[in-house]
Design a protein around this ligand. Sequence first.
Ligand code: SF4
Length: 453
Amino acid sequence: MSNSSQIAPKVGFVSLGCPKALVDSEQILTQLRAEGYETAKSYDGADLVIVNTCGFIDAAVQESLDAIGEALHENGKVIVTGCLGAKKDAAGDDIIMKVHPKVLAVTGPHALAEVMDAVHIHLPKPHAPFLDLVPAQGVKLTPKHYAYLKISEGCNHRCSFCIIPSMRGDLVSRPVADVMLEAENLFKAGVKELLVISQDTSAYGVDVKFRTGFWNGKPIKTHMTQLVTALSELAAQYGAWVRLHYVYPYPHVDQIIPLMAEGAVLPYLDVPLQHAHPDVLKRMKRPASGEKNIERILAWRAMCPNITIRSTFIAGFPGETEEEFQYLLDFIKEAEIDRLGCFSYSPVEGATANLLANPVPEEIREERRGRLMQLQESISKKRLQAKVGKTIRVLIDEVTSNGGVGRSAADAPEIDGVVYVKPPYEPHKKLNVGEFFDVTVTAADAHDLWAEA
Ligand code: SF4
């Protein structure tokens, strides 16, 4: 059969889990496309299905197991990858193989080569693929105007509630030149907002002792501050935004704040604090738990008054007393955390925190979560109300018959609020997806803003 008349094998893809898993999915899809495979839109149009799973909390495990079951039922040929693939049950057996023994292969997360090996065995690759059909920026699962940039994999910490290190291993930083090249390809392809992600962005380069790499003929260290500076310069050339996620409050983070104040990087810091009381942080074995976080946040706000602070917290961690929880509420009130996610403690299988004394009963965990979210709602309402009358820049994500839905510097996609934009009065001006508009805020609630273009 000649190459041109050959029908490309088709692979179906189900991607579950967090942005880090999404990046793994994008890399697998890019490689599949590079090798000449096509992606199928339905189970029955696929020759094989890959399911990228999440294994973080019990609900995610069930969702992943259900998705594998559905793919097996609808298609039959299934390869599983992702966090759940690395998870064992109490007896040390592979969870997926126990529930779904018919899957063809199982790998853990970040296992591009192993996934491709399994694909090659069960669905041989077509001959002589047209490599140049792959766009240089790879295949993205996010809309064209924003993209996640994963700078490292794994984590050197051992937080007692978390099993990610046992699934993903220790920190492995990507070479700084590779990260910069990927960023450049994304900007060239039209990406207007780059979201920097990892398990611990502040620790970038620790594993390679901040090795010096080269970018554009100049030396650059594998270090968070140098990477962020270089990314901000690159983004400026393309008129794009850079947003930082998962930043632990190590002292060198202070050096990033002036870049935010001058607008080189979005004034948005996603700092997952999880708690405020020193004893709880110690039991959690949190990184940077000795830092004086309230002083740091107040200093950041003084340096960059329009900074948005996002954080996540756990209510009802084992041993948490009412006083410790009240301490957390006082901290949140004083720090005025802009964007906040709160989980009640979930005893993830395999987490050492489950062995701690005095677990908090479920109804108290839930009740504390409710109180925390109520407090947050009032803080968020007040802070968003202060934006009414101000002019802010938004990136349009969606155009509707009533105008558009965009996001400002204060809103990361999927997790924060949005800005509903009324269409411009001038008929020749149009809202377009992936374009920036300066808008005037007219109203606010506890989550979102309304504005006129
Ligand atoms: S910093 Fe802690 S919570 Fe985050 S991935 Fe590492 S061990 Fe898990």
